[in-house]
Write a protein that binds this ligand. Structure first.
Ligand code: ZN
Length: 268
């Protein structure tokens, strides 16, 4: 019985240490790891007029923000709320800059009301309020962030970019996993005017890559989706690759020996 346990344990240990199955495909050379691109948490989800969120999409892990804000209860996804806490603390403690969240998660229903109110008052869609389902605010991954001076103003415009706080966010937000989603020189690609106050969470690895390469989220998405498509065209199986990376890195074998004692083997 003990010998059997040993052999079984050795086999399982080997299975863990063996490289990913060859069936996964050619070598992965894209700078972002496949398990991040698998987008299990939804942090990379692209939302725009072409890629609408459905009316019933609502993030499951919304929490109430603890950082300074201009309105009462504002919710965002848990990870993003923590990232904001870190960014706001760094801005305050290291640079003496106070930031305020003006807007976070917005439901489809709220967006719909805002959109139709805007169209009704203007008489046409002037593009300033996103079409229902096309607003990133529905993901719970983005926030509009201002300084004190701008919390006193009625509307936002590109001149916010001239403030010390906006300059600091543009330089440093990637360190906390955020990007400036609608950049001044990407308006034709995003279809949205420059919004130096609108920060979108994508996670630290992707935020750094997007910052280093000065991409819009549209360009980044096109790039990595294109990489996966050509990698699969060369025989790769993306899902299998992600599965192989998600294998547990520890195997525990419990067997009872003849004298009734439990034997536990763990392999890391
Ligand atoms: Zn916004």
């Amino acid at each position: 019985m003990k010998t059997k346990t040993l052999i079984l344990s050795l086999m399982l240990a080997l299975a863990v240490f063996l490289p990913a199955p060859a069936a996964c495909g050619p070598e992965w050379t894209y700078p972002i790891p496949p398990n991040i691109l698998a987008n299990k948490e939804g942090y990379l989800t692209l939302v725009n007029r072409e890629r609408l969120l459905s009316g019933d999409y609502e993030p499951r892990d919304l929490v109430t923000l603890t950082v300074k804000r201009t309105v009462g209860d504002t919710q965002m996804r848990k990870t993003v709320s923590r990232a904001l806490e870190n960014m706001f603390a760094a801005a305050q403690n290291e640079y003496g800059l106070t930031l305020y969240v003006k807007s976070g998660y917005r439901s489809y229903h709220t967006q719909r009301t805002m959109y139709f109110n805007r169209v009704e008052s203007m008489g046409y869609d002037d593009g300033l309020v996103q079409y229902p389902g096309a607003s990133e605010h529905q993901t719970g991954l983005c926030a509009d962030i201002l300084n004190y001076e701008w919390t006193k103003k009625d509307g936002m415009n590109y001149r916010f970019a001239e403030t010390t706080e906006a300059k600091w966010m543009a330089e440093h937000c990637w360190e906390f996993g955020f990007i400036i989603r609608y950049e001044s020189d990407k308006e034709e690609i995003t279809g949205i005017k420059f919004e130096p106050w609108h920060l979108r969470y994508v996670g630290k690895e992707c935020a750094k890559y997007i910052w280093d390469n000065h991409l819009s989220l549209e360009e980044f998405t096109l790039e990595w989706e294109g990489y996966i498509a050509s990698w699969e065209a060369q025989g790769g199986d993306f899902e299998a690759l992600v599965m192989s990376l998600n294998l547990p890195n520890k195997v525990i074998v419990v067997e009872t020996s003849e004298d009734g004692e439990e034997e536990i083997s763990a392999y890391y």
